[in-house]
Design a protein around this ligand. Structure first.
Ligand SMILES: *Cc1c(COP(=O)(O)O)cnc(C)c1O
Length: 391
């Protein structure tokens, strides 16, 4: 379904897109439609739904809403960000080639290197800090170029427009952008030339750390038809209940993202001025190497911050993390509550030590998902942690 309120502002769309009052009851919130099957008036004649894997009203309402926010015509929901990746990769087929940015999400890296390979898909990883590196990596059988920006956990940016131009000079190649870190509030890659945007809805879109879900968004009828076919055939669809929750979360995305950013900026500035802190990585800081690109490509800088304890080692990092009270020591990101983690030991443990070294994922690198609490409380918590880590 396409949506009729495409001209409205972000907050208006977040609240209203796909959320028509129920024609029979007037309910302003789309019903939680748990039915797996739908009555037909005669064989093959139905009201648009026949079986809940193929289509579900609650899921549909959520898909319409996310499509509107990403400035796409179509969105398809999946049961996780990971199965979204797997389903999109199923477009490639045996003998196809994929180019991926080198510091991609760990689960995506695992899928590319361990699963896609088994299915006869070859994946090359390329440093796209300079987009021109992509030119040498493209092959005649390249079907997908996969990027994330900012990347995880070192928040390096990729110039989406520059990459899209290179991809589209190769017939048959598509650009996929994992937009999980920015959310559509801060970045809409389809408007910069991406063919498909994917999300781990688990993170900012749902925003409350209680749903695992994924989404793919596109403007192309052809891509939509292919992904619909794969979604229905592979069957990695989310439950109606999860769609109901994520749709509820989506309605405050603009409010949350604004606050995530304000807090992340305050935390970054505090860290940058602190004598026990080395490098602070946040695209909103003038010291970020790609601050200009961030300003041009994004509408804001997001809620993720990474920093290094000055002269820190594993022991200091552990002391810091175990002293925090407000920041939970946990993987994942994008929820209302603040989280802290040690990528070298947690999210990026599956990388080889050499790969971690190359990406700058040291034992002193700490990643924060800054939540929507009060900034002064978060800063006080971090200050206590720093005092404990480095006496
Ligand atoms: C979490 C995450 C994924 C995977 O999504 P799941 O919902 O956990 O399967 C993919 N990409 C990024 C950037 C993520 O943060």
């Amino acid at each position: 379904m396409t949506n009729s309120k495409a001209a409205a502002g972000f907050g208006t769309l977040a609240v209203h897109a796909g959320q028509e009052p129920d024609p029979t009851t007037g309910a302003v919130i789309p019903a939680l439609s748990l039915s797996t099957t739908f009555a037909q008036s005669s064989a093959g004649v139905h009201k648009g739904y026949d079986y809940s894997r193929s289509g579900n009203p609650t899921r549909n309402a959520f898909e319409v809403a996310v499509a509107a926010l990403e400035k796409g015509k179509y969105a398809l929901a999946f049961s996780s960000g990971s199965v979204t990746t797997a389903t999109v990769l199923n477009m490639v087929g045996q003998g196809g080639h994929v180019v991926s940015v080198n510091d991609t999400y760990g689960g995506t890296f695992r899928y590319f290197t361990k699963v896609a390979k088994r299915n006869g898909v070859e994946v090359d990883f390329v440093d796209l800090y300079d987009p021109n590196n992509l030119k040498k990596a493209m092959k005649s059988n390249t079907k997908i170029v996969w990027i994330e920006t900012p990347t995880n956990p070192t928040l390096r940016l990729v110039d989406i427009q520059a990459v899209a131009d290179i991809v589209h000079s190769h017939p048959g190649a598509l650009l996929v952008v994992d937009n999980t870190f920015m959310s559509p509030y801060f970045q809409t890659p389809l408007t910069l030339g991406a063919d498909i945007v994917v999300h781990s809805v688990t993170k900012y879109i749902n925003g409350h750390s209680d749903v695992v879900m994924g989404m793919a968004i596109t403007n192309s009828d052809e891509i939509r038809d292919e992904l619909r076919f794969l979604q229905n055939s592979i069957g990695g669809v989310p439950s109606a209940f999860d769609c109901f929750l994520a749709n509820r979360g989506l309605k405050t995305l603009h409010l949350r993202m604004k606050r995530h950013e304000e807090n992340a900026m305050a935390v970054s500035k505090f860290l940058e001025a602190h004598p026990k802190v080395g490098e602070v990585i946040y695209p909103g800081l003038a010291s970020h190497k790609q601050h200009e690109l961030a300003k041009r490509q994004q509408k804001g800088f997001g809620g993720m911050v990474a920093f290094r304890l000055k002269n820190g080692d594993l022991d200091a990092s552990n002391k810091f993390l175990s002293t925090l009270k407000l920041f939970a020591l946990a993987e994942s990101l994008g929820g209302v509550e603040s989280l802290a983690e040690l990528p070298a030991v947690m999210t990026h443990a599956s990388l080889t030590p050499e790969a971690r070294e190359a990406l700058g994922v040291t034992d002193s690198l700490i990643r924060l998902s800054v939540g929507v609490e009060d900034a002064e409380d978060l800063i006080a918590d971090i200050e206590t942690g720093l005092d404990a880590a480095i006496p």
